[in-house]
Ligand binder design. Structure first.
Ligand code: UN1
Length: 513
């Protein structure tokens, strides 16, 4: 359509696109395999990309290494100024980028805009941070000595991002890495590379306007093979990867084997606890947004609802009134609340999970159909499902990246609900709805939620960039975005300085020569 053609033109995405970019220079088109990117919304081809070869990758790494030598010498506030300019350009292109995110990935336009807003927000955060890369100072045990800590740039940061947040998670990593003095090589998901190409065009303008060298911000379009090259590459001291636990284990093992650092943001199996003291009206909006937002394809999507027996029937009844009326359709249509799944494989996973959980004893209460007919020709649209289930079911223990909400009943004390909430392998996000302080504080206490994110009276998804984002257990343990997550992008150095004319040894050791 004209709308999409305009967006692509504004963002510099061509009909055919090269395989890599070193910031200023684009490369790799002839003689390479190509991938056609179609929209899950209507099945139309958006554009094609070339796939990078190992030689392309090698070229990018070498350019990045070279760029690091000069970028690390630029002062951090000056690097922040570059990020500020990137943020300004993202503001200018917010609508177009939001539309492309929506059309390429399938999330509704409002959520596409929200994703671009996260990028703008992290730019602002990083600009402030560029003057606050603080280390501690300590008192030395030796007279006329002082000690302090500095944080220095690491080198190349590899970013492997997922289709569900095709650009926001990259920007959290890249904007922090940039002010920290690192250079970045980004491999976006092969399912959503076009938003990556669009962002790279924006960065290119900023690099050119500031006469910066190529190699600071790099993009490589590739599949798991390129991801594997990055994980094994000694020249990449930090690999930040977002995706499934299966993928994260591979990356973590490869990076660990060479004693590199990895930052893993993997699967979640997020629950909302509804106690007897929950404000149900508030909770319902959070539950529905958490469970069907991004068609259940956020790491933070609400997958389990742990409900007190006294309010269980009431909650179930309310949800069963809301779910059948959810507007499902084209993500760019402003009345839509539920867009398509990313592809047919995702639809199969959705359908299979529902079959399996019913075999285990679960009861499908609503939804689960794959939609067909007018507007649904792609076969990627599904009706969000609600299933009554038990926490220990195998399917409930797994993260299915689709809109399935499991209802689980609990009895008695909030501690029983917390035990269920913690009783899965993953540990990303969690929340409780209650107006009772004793319950909410127990949930937040050291015997409470074991997740990286624990919320009170808001849902599991939609975290703000200012906090550290990530989770425990199978979620991988990494923290990105706000708070002091920047530290992982730097190497720490302890410095001890002697300003006396003596050489006292630490620990009072005597050593006379
Ligand atoms: C993800 O799904 O990988 O908290 C990131 C949220 C968003 C980010 C999710 N701010 O839902």
């Amino acid at each position: 359509t004209k709308e999409i053609t305009d967006v692509l033109q504004q963002l510099g995405v061509k009909e055919t696109n090269p395989a890599y970019s070193t910031g200023l220079v684009w490369g790799g088109q002839e003689g390479r395999q190509t991938r056609t990117i179609t929209s899950p919304a209507d099945g139309n081809t958006i554009a094609t990309v070339s796939m990078a070869t190992p030689e392309d990758y090698e070229k990018v790494v070498q350019t990045a290494q070279e760029a690091f030598k000069s970028w690390r010498k630029v002062t951090s506030p000056k690097r922040g100024e570059i990020v500020r300019q990137i943020g300004d350009k993202l503001r200018q292109h917010k609508e177009a980028l939001g539309k492309l995110v929506s059309y390429e990935m399938g999330k509704i336009y409002q959520e596409g805009l929200g994703e671009v807003q996260e990028m703008i927000d992290i730019c602002d955060f990083a600009v402030g941070l560029s003057r606050q890369l603080h280390g501690y100072t300590m008192h030395s045990e030796r007279p006329q000595h002082r000690m302090y800590e500095q944080y220095h740039p690491l080198g190349i940061v590899g970013v492997i991002s997922a289709f569900n947040f095709p650009v926001a998670v990259w920007s959290w990593n890249t904007m922090l890495a940039a002010v920290c003095g690192d250079v970045v090589i980004w491999k976006p998901s092969e399912k959503t590379p076009l938003t990556g190409i669009a962002c790279q065009h924006i960065l290119r303008e900023v690099l050119a306007e500031n006469e910066l060298p190529e190699g600071i911000f790099n993009l490589v379009i590739g599949d798991a093979e390129i991801g594997s090259l990055m994980s094994h590459d000694k020249r990449i001291p930090l690999v930040s990867a977002t995706g499934s636990t299966r993928m994260g284990k591979k990356v973590g093992e490869a990076v660990g084997a060479r004693l590199g650092k990895s930052l893993l943001e993997l699967g979640g199996n997020n629950a909302i606890i509804l106690t007897e003291n929950a404000d149900l009206e508030m909770a319902l909006r959070a539950i529905v947004f958490g469970a069907v937002g991004t068609c259940g394809q956020r790491c933070t999507s609400t997958r389990r609802l742990i409900i007190h027996e006294n309010v269980y029937e009431q909650v179930k009844e309310r949800l069963l009134k809301i779910y059948p009326n959810l507007p499902i359709g084209h993500p760019l249509d402003s009345t839509t609340l539920v867009g398509p799944l990313i592809d047919k494989e995702a639809v199969q996973a959705f359908t299979a999970a529902l079959e399996n959980v019913q075999q285990e004893g679960g009861t499908l209460l609503t939804g689960g159909e794959v939609l067909s007919g007018d507007g649904y020709e792609t076969g990627t649209y599904v009706k969000p499902a609600i299933v009554e289930a038990q926490n220990q079911y195998e399917m409930v223990q797994e993260e299915t990246f689709a809109p399935i909400l499991y209802l689980i009943k609990y009895k008695g004390d909030v501690e029983n609900a917390i035990e269920l909430q913690n009783g899965v392998r993953q540990g990303l996000s969690s929340s409780i709805f209650s107006t009772n302080l004793l319950e909410t504080e127990a949930f937040l206490s050291h015997w409470g939620s074991d997740c990286g994110i624990a919320n009170v009276n808001i849902g599991t998804s939609g975290a703000e960039i200012g906090g550290a984002f990530g989770g425990e257990k199978d979620t991988g343990g990494g923290r990105e975005s706000g708070s002091d997550a920047w530290r992982v992008y730097m190497r720490r150095q302890t410095n001890t300085i002697n300003y006396s004319r003596e050489l006292p040894l630490a620990q009072g050791i005597r050593f006379d020569i």
